[in-house]
Design a protein around this ligand. Sequence first.
Ligand code: FRU
Length: 533
Amino acid sequence: MKRLAAGAGQSQPIRSRRMLLMAAASAALMSVAVGCKAPRVPGPGRSNRLSSTSRGTPSGQYSVTGEATMTERQAASDAHRPQYHFLPPDKWMNDPNGLIQWDDRYHLFYQYNPEWPYLDVKYWGHAVSTDLVHWKHLPIALVPTPGGPDKDGCWTGCAVNDRGMPTLVYTGVHPEVQCIATSSDGLTTWQKYDGNPVIAKPPADLDVVGFRDPFVWREEAGWYAVIGSGIRGVGGAILLYRSDDLRRWEYLGPALVGTEFETGTMWECPNLFPIGDKFCLIVSAVPLKKVLYFIGSYAGGKFVPQSHGVIDHGGDFYAPQTMQDRKLRRLMWGWVWEGRDEAAQYAAGWAGVMSVPRVLSLGPKDELRIEPAPELELLRGEHKHLERVELGAGARAPISDMAGAAFELIARFRPGPSGRAGIKVRCSPNGAEQTLIAYDQPKQQLLVDRTRSSTYISAHLDVHEAPLSVSHDELVQVHIFVDHSVIEVCGNSTCWLTSRIYPSRADSLGVELLAENDGATFESVEFWPLKSI
Ligand code: FRU
């Protein structure tokens, strides 16, 4: 039976699914129970259970013994390690690379540094999935070639289907040049083109800051690529190229140049693709550490922005890459970096995780809509549900059955006109640790407040705010993914905040609703524990 426990030890039965919880204007504490299972406390020794057929080594050799290395065991025992987000078995990961659907499998390559923290040299890690959720590790795809144009690292790039030949186009360093590699065994091993680099230097007439991260697509007139760059003293730029065969490239000019003051000095990881009846350009802006998008037109080699925004306001999401799958969806993953000091990262044996897959589309007002891929529902466990919970100003309502460190929660609510309302997650029983996700109605902002997320001094504690316009008669919908140290929040399918949190206590698992300054009505709260992958 569903019960509503109110105040210190008092409880009253719920008579219908429609629950009315009127809290006093004082800071009343209400507890809502929708079942009777105790929350699970995470213990040591949990692992991110990706099935692994083979393991990479710095030299690119693989053992198939399945035995975990020391750092893999160290990484697996970290209580902050996500359990349903993709990440390598250990060491450093950054940008997603080479996203492509080939036959029935999605391929996810990624910047991987198996020599971390001793050397900063990037390889391409590789994993495959048939459902976007469960991933299998494959051998390292690209390893720097001593003496070659990628001797100091195989940096970010993309994958294309060149008339049946899988082809990677990526940046070799130092200096930054563009290279290609092909595979004749179904994307498992890769042969670098003898004629690398295929673009040996930036355009002669430009004084550039950076020249990297090719993003390639096919048009009737041939192959096109945008390369991330910046024009010294001017701002971030994307440079447009054309080729007939992916090997000889002609520079066509900058497709878009920004201004240093507004959009940064250099643009990394450009993605340019059609969306609805427009085009979308995504860039990761240096030194802003922000991912910007522009919606506009693209014709005659020029991109003309009509509107712009920030892909994710949480502070810990960067360098996303997109791909179109066979369902014609535009999918996006991003690198979710760490939010704890380097010493804590080294001690953990791993750093960096991939975001959940997100689906991009164009909304009715030409706004960018970003939604979690529906395949994530495959991970859902037992559904818990609350309807119509009303909180008075200053009230908070712990929900005893919606607790954990790996879950999905969707809340639809209406804060009062002068209020701030939302959900706290990963709360310790004594309240010392908690992370607040709230909508501030007067400020029209969605926020993630991690100032009390952890008592560790190594954890980054701050508040991230995102503009989200919701009128008083509309509902705020927050879709939350919590996975140990990762928290991804999507507000009204347009506005995302991705942050890292590192609660120090094993019992920081609580979830509670709250209303500040004014009352709030929660029309529904849905909760699913999510399974490990
Ligand atoms: C973005 C980035 C890319 C570069 C890669 C190197 O995070 O700096 O511009 O190719 O990472 O790992």
